[in-house]
Design a protein. Structure first.
Lengths: 319, 354
């Protein structure tokens, strides 16, 4: 089990993220005021003020996996997932972050890797080469599905901006206004949660999330396979062997436990006697029921209906 | 009217004030030290592997003669039930005259990977039930299962009805395929065999990620800003930190037990179909013939009420009752309202049944 992150470790980055949000909000407010000074309608001004934020979102989602600037908020699901990936990495620690399709397209090393993974394997070490190639291919497969996840998040992030805009318009129509940065932040969180909730409940999210975990597992499994083979070649016990030992040990423990079952009753002879008698009565009842069922005339047999179940407590009061 | 009435000077002042508070908060957190958790005195009375069975000191001279065993979920830790003074389901039960035992499953490690649901239900849980039966010279005891612990308790009560006098599933999923079940929605596309074969034990981080997926912005950002607001209130800060510790104290899950629970309960919804097997024995909820008090929370986002209430038509008990609490999955243990309503209702229901 990984060590728990301390609240202090979360407070500082989230505090900093809020300050980043504040800076962005100040730009939004300034933009809104500038647009209003040109004499336009406030709705148009609001629309114009949101345009750079949308652009900023787009650029952030085209970047790498950390997304420090995705309005300081929409990077959180990605950061949380990255922590999970890091916890599962071989060796444990910060796992490499998937690159965006744009980054991959412009990266000469990536192009060389793509090419290398397709080269036919040859010679005595052919199997090892194949395993390494497979490892690389599985990482690329994970990257691909990770990009799908990014795309879904990007869509939801845009939706959250739509919601924020809608909420601000509704507030204005009701004669209300956001008076502090904190209020604006809370409104932004509400809209983000609403957009995220829509996303999480969608079939596309469930499917992509499942595919992402599965792709990561295939990648990790292949990594383990390589490590196991390497250890085996060095005559060092590996995970496969430890698993076999653990499985056998657990089976022996179950067997022992079954053998020791009566020992608990032996600690209390009266309890053992009672248990024995109860078992005997239970057996006799079952035998009697079987006999009754066998002799019951089929034509008169009726389906037993359970008694209506009572409700008490608050549930009963509600009805 | 313009919907944002913040001027830039005022916003800059607000940010400055926030950064001062943040600095103060960081200093205060650094000075708080260890936060005590748990309020009721207890003794470890039985141990097996990493499991510890605790008995709480009764709060009355003549407690109810049938003890209550609480089986908590394998996910998260059971101290949520006895968090602090005034936020403790167990304290409420003890005050109401119940003799309370609690199972702490412990933290599994790689050597526990092959623990199956049979090992947990017929093994660990069964051994705890037997210990209490022998110790109190009783044939049957009361069993309360929380969340996943409730599902395990229902399986146990179905397989060993002769050992359970009354069963109380609490925020317990029974029908895992109700339309509002988000956990199932997230788990159904996961290749569970691949996951367990690859990872062995399933890391707590992965489960935490699933739980955080429900409200990522509130749970990973907003609440820490709210923390800054309470930096000058030491008690509020300690309450926050206790909850924080519990939320992220997510033990790894024994691989084989997780495999069966995820596949049979979440993906296959076999509990409602009577197709769950614990070892070689089939779980039929109709065998639950003892009195049942089904406790659920109306705003539960993890176990929707419908998922719990499905038990009404599936169990074989003629004495079936429900208690609905207006709150959420966590609030049912720790909210002020829960302290007044939940333990007393459970205790009264148990006492009425002898």
């Amino acid at each position: 089990m990984a060590e728990q992150e301390k609240p202090l470790d979360k407070l500082l980055p989230q505090g900093q993220a809020y300050l980043v949000f504040g800076e962005q909000a100040l730009k939004l407010i300034q933009g809104l005021q500038d647009n209003l000074q040109t004499g336009g309608d406030w709705r148009n001004a609001l629309q114009h003020s949101f345009t750079p934020i949308r652009k900023h979102f787009f650029q952030s989602f085209q970047g790498n996996g950390t997304h420090p600037n995705v309005a300081a908020l929409w990077g959180l699901p990605l950061t949380t997932w990255q922590r999970v990936v890091s916890a599962l990495a071989i060796p444990p620690g910060d796992a490499p972050q998937p690159e965006s399709s744009n980054q991959r397209a412009g990266n000469p090393l990536q192009a060389a890797l793509d090419k290398a993974l397709g080269i036919p394997t040859l010679g005595v070490t052919r199997e090892w080469q194949e395993q390494a190639q497979q490892y690389g291919k599985l990482w690329l497969a994970y990257q691909e599905v990770n990009q799908e996840y990014h795309a879904l998040l990007h869509k939801a992030a845009n939706r959250s901006l739509d919601l924020l805009q809608e909420r601000l318009v509704t507030m204005a129509e009701e004669g209300k206004a956001v008076a502090t940065l904190r209020e604006l932040y809370n409104l932004w969180v509400d809209c983000s949660e609403a957009a995220y909730a829509e996303l999480v409940r969608s079939p596309a999210y469930g499917k992509t999330k499942g595919q992402m975990i599965n792709a990561l597992m295939r990648f990790k499994s292949q990594g383990q396979h390589i490590v196991d083979n390497t250890l085996s070649a060095m005559n060092i016990p590996n995970r496969r062997e430890v698993n076999t030992v653990h499985a056998r040990l657990q089976e022996i423990r179950r067997h022992l436990s079954r053998l020791e079952e009566p020992s608990l009753a032996r600690a209390d002879p009266m309890a053992a006697l009672m248990t024995g008698l109860q078992e005997e009565i239970k057996g006799l009842r079952q035998e009697l029921n079987t006999l009754k069922a066998a002799h019951a005339p089929k034509a008169t047999a009726q389906r037993h209906r359970p008694a209506r179940k009572a409700k008490t407590g608050a549930a009963a009061k509600e009805e | 009217m313009i919907p944002i009435s913040i001027n830039t000077d005022q916003a800059a002042q607000e940010l400055l004030a926030f950064s001062h508070k943040l600095t103060r908060g960081i200093n205060t957190l650094g000075e708080l030290g260890e936060i005590p958790i748990g309020v009721c005195t207890k003794d470890a009375v039985y141990r097996e592997d990493k499991l510890v069975l605790y008995r709480f000191h009764p709060h009355v001279d003549d407690p109810h003669p049938i003890p209550l065993l609480i089986a908590y979920s394998l996910v998260n830790r059971p101290y949520m039930l006895d968090l602090q003074e005034g936020r403790s389901l167990i304290q409420g039960l003890l005050r109401a005259g119940i003799d309370v035992y609690l199972i702490d499953w412990g933290y599994v490690d790689d050597a526990d990977r092959y623990l199956s649901l049979e090992d947990y239900i017929s093994g660990y849980l069964g051994h705890c039930v037997d210990y209490i039966r022998v110790h109190h010279h009783l044939d049957r005891i009361n069993l309360l299962g929380v969340c996943q612990g409730g599902s395990l308790s229902l399986c146990f009560s179905s397989l060993y009805p002769e050992k359970i006098k009354n069963v109380v599933p609490m925020v317990t999923p029974v029908d895992f395929h109700t339309p509002d079940n988000l956990l199932t929605h997230l788990i159904k596309n996961i290749d569970v065999d691949l996951l367990v074969d690859t990872l062995g034990n399933v890391p707590g981080e992965l489960l935490n990620f699933l739980f955080l997926s429900f409200n990522p912005f509130r749970l990973t950002s907003q609440k820490y800003l709210n923390l800054v607001d309470i930096v000058d209130d030491e008690e509020a800060l300690k309450n926050f930190l206790r909850m924080e510790q519990w939320i992220f104290d997510c033990p790894d899950q024994a691989g084989e037990a997780f495999r069966q629970f995820a596949k049979d309960f979440f993906q296959g919804n076999k509990l409602v179909k009577g197709e769950v097997y614990i070892g070689s024995r089939q779980v039929d909820l109709k065998h639950i013939t003892m009195p049942v008090l089904n406790v659920y929370a109306t705003q539960d986002h993890l176990v929707p009420p419908a998922a719990s209430k499905a038990l009404a038509t599936l169990c074989g008990s003629k004495d079936y009752s429900e208690f609905s609490f207006e709150g959420g999955h966590i609030g049912i243990y720790v909210s002020a309202r829960a302290q007044h309503q939940v333990p007393s209702s459970i205790a009264t229901w148990l006492q009425e049944r002898g």
